[in-house]
Design a protein around this ligand. Structure first.
Ligand code: SF4
Length: 101
């Protein structure tokens, strides 16, 4: 890579690595809370598509291993602490590692 040349977003994201934890750091303690959440903003704001609504069991499914730890879902969810999203950083040494910050 040439010195002084800007690094593209795709190159930055391509260099991102994940150290997946065995325990989820994102949880929804009371999944029924999401049933009446009409817009489900967690699904829309997450660039890593961590959240998905599953019709078959009427729940939000969380792919925590894809989490980029931006916290956008935590800001977007209006029911944090009320049975919906419980957001923590992954345990030490786990989660995402950005090479270029
Ligand atoms: S986690 Fe929050 S934003 Fe997502 S569906 Fe549940 S209540 Fe709505």
């Amino acid at each position: 890579m040439a010195a002084g040349k800007p690094i593209s977003i795709s190159d930055r994201l391509g260099s991102t690595s994940f150290h997946t934890d065995t325990e989820a750091h994102l949880r929804i303690p009371e999944p029924r809370t999401c049933l009446t959440c009409e817009l489900k903003p967690c699904i829309r704001v997450c660039p890593a598509q961590v959240y998905a609504w599953e019709e078959s069991d009427q729940r939000i499914h969380i792919r925590f291993e894809n989490c980029l730890e931006l916290g956008a879902c935590r800001i977007a969810c209006h029911r944090v602490g009320k049975g919906a999203l419980a957001w923590e950083f992954p345990r030490g040494g786990k989660g995402v590692s950005y090479r270029f910050g």
